[in-house]
Design a protein around this ligand. Structure first.
Ligand SMILES: Cc1cc2nc3c(=O)[nH]c(=O)nc-3n(C[C@H](O)[C@H](O)[C@H](O)COP(=O)(O)OP(=O)(O)OC[C@H]3O[C@@H](n4cnc5c(N)ncnc54)[C@H](O)[C@@H]3O)c2cc1C
Length: 415
């Protein structure tokens, strides 16, 4: 079968790989070279199965409300009189009960855990190198009350088999000795020994090369303008470089996915661009970045060592599709990172980036079909798209093959 994949981020390229394994003829189109054009480029790099916790919760309600009236360095909300944003916001508020927070977290964990297994298989099959670090992740807390309050999340994931260890400050410093100079910033943490990290841009580029070796084709410089349907089938994709046709189509446009299907097909999917920022710091002789990645919880600061560079990201900003950034946008990341990891790298040579997390209100991705029988959705992976990509790719390939996926996709339908 001929399959046309729309979007060459980590989700599009992992999907290409699984479809090629199944023997399909695959073409991926993107306006930029794969791995460059979206969130897969500069994310924090965490494969954070042990942190598959839904954003929507009773606590989130308070944070949202406060951010409308107070300046918060981490969570920034610009009210938008856009019906799409309002609809998404209402759906998100509807997810903020204890019951739904638990249900959504379990679904997120189900797909993340499956995806981590599929990632392992992909790496074994291809032997690709992407600064992978499989020594676990540490989730740090500055405040001991906040650490104590994390126990309900920890228990929830432990009960379904995730290995998580709540640790005191001294044990944190044994696990990450590079934090010794900033130990006053830490009360303790949660260690997740099976989590991992890696550079998703390098992974995407390397996997693309493997896909090419398997017969896959990638075309960049192709801006998708619209989909055209006839009845319940997609007939063609219209781009700046002409018309593309295939038997099946897979939508992997990350945060831009809802724009295309709404304007072309009148289909509304709940994906909101949630902007985040990252800095990439060169690691030179004498620098001591942390040996494993993780997250500083109160500052929402994700970090990961990636060979000769160190990546730090933070901030969740609701600001529409404005991808630009100013030096002030990085003040929080830079100051917090320097406090925690003063000798991690050469901060004077930091590179700055911003991107969109394609968030659904539930936090689970959008998979499967809507009304068009040959259009498959694989989008809306939110803040864990790198973590979930290999799993949703396999599920999409199974759905295209007419097979039942290996895990339940409940809460992951088109919505
Ligand atoms: C700051 C930040 C930190 C993050 N940290 C982590 C993390 O630690 N762990 C984790 O698991 N996830 C993390 N994420 C989330 C993760 O990066 C995303 O969920 C994931 O990269 C989404 O992949 P994607 O392929 O769906 O989308 P993208 O990578 O955004 O790719 C979409 C592609 O579509 C293309 N495109 C869009 N519109 C068009 C068009 N009209 N025509 C042609 N091409 C088009 C773009 O060029 C792009 O290449 C983070 C995200 C951010 C922003």
């Amino acid at each position: 079968m001929e399959v046309l994949i729309l979007g060459g981020g980590v989700v599009g390229v992992t999907t290409a790989y699984q479809l090629l394994k199944d023997g399909h003829k695959v073409l991926v189109i993107d306006r930029l070279p794969p791995g460059i054009g979206g969130a897969s480029y500069g994310n924090a790099g965490l494969i954070a199965t042990g942190h598959s916790i839904a954003w929507g919760s009773p606590k989130a309600l308070k944070i949202w409300f406060n951010s409308l009236f107070h300046k918060d360095p981490v969570f920034r909300m610009k009210f938008q009189a856009d019906p799409q944003f309002i609809r998404w916001g209402l759906k998100f508020l509807f997810q903020c009960s204890e019951y739904k927070a638990k249900r959504n977290s379990l679904a997120k964990h189900r797909i993340s855990s499956y995806s981590q297994k599929k990632l392992k298989e992909v790496v074994e099959e291809t032997n690709i190198q992407y600064e992978q670090n499989v020594n676990g992740l540490i989730y740090l807390y500055r405040n001991s009350q906040a650490l104590a309050a994390s126990s309900s999340h920890v228990r929830l994931l432990q009960e379904i088999g995730q290995t998580l260890e709540t640790v005191e400050k001294e044990r944190v410093l044994e696990i990450v000795p590079e934090l010794r100079d900033s130990k006053d910033q830490i009360a303790g943490g949660v260690f997740s020994p099976t989590d991992e990290s890696g550079d998703s841009k390098i992974f995407t580029e390397q996997l693309m090369e493997c896909c090419r070796g398997m017969g896959g084709t990638f075309e960049s410089g192709v801006t998708i303008e619209r989909l055209e349907a006839s009845g319940t089938r997609i007939k063609r994709v219209v781009t700046n470089r002409g018309v593309f046709t295939a038997d099946n189509y897979v939508l992997c446009l990350g945060a831009w996915s809802p724009l295309l299907v709404r304007t072309s097909l009148g289909v509304r999917i709940s994906v909101c661009p949630v902007k985040g920022y990252s800095i990439t710091i060169p690691v030179e002789k004498g620098h001591t970045p942390p040996r494993i990645g993780g997250l500083h919880e109160e500052d929402l600061l994700g970090f990961a060592p990636m060979g000769n560079h160190f990546r730090v990201s933070s901030v969740s900003e609701f600001t529409g599709y404005d991808i630009g950034h100013t030096p002030e946008d990085f003040e929080h990341i830079l100051s917090t990172s320097k406090k925690l990891f003063p000798n991690a790298g050469n901060y004077d040579k930091a590179q700055f980036w911003s991107g969109f997390r394609p968030m659904t209100p539930e936090g689970t991705p959008i998979l499967g079909k809507e009304r068009h029988s040959n259009l498959f959705y694989n989008t809306g992976h939110g803040h864990l798209g790198w973590t979930m990509s290999c799993g949703t790719a396999r599920i999409t390939a199974d759905l295209i093959a007419g097979k039942t996926p290996e895990i339940s996709t409940e809460l992951m339908g088109v919505r």
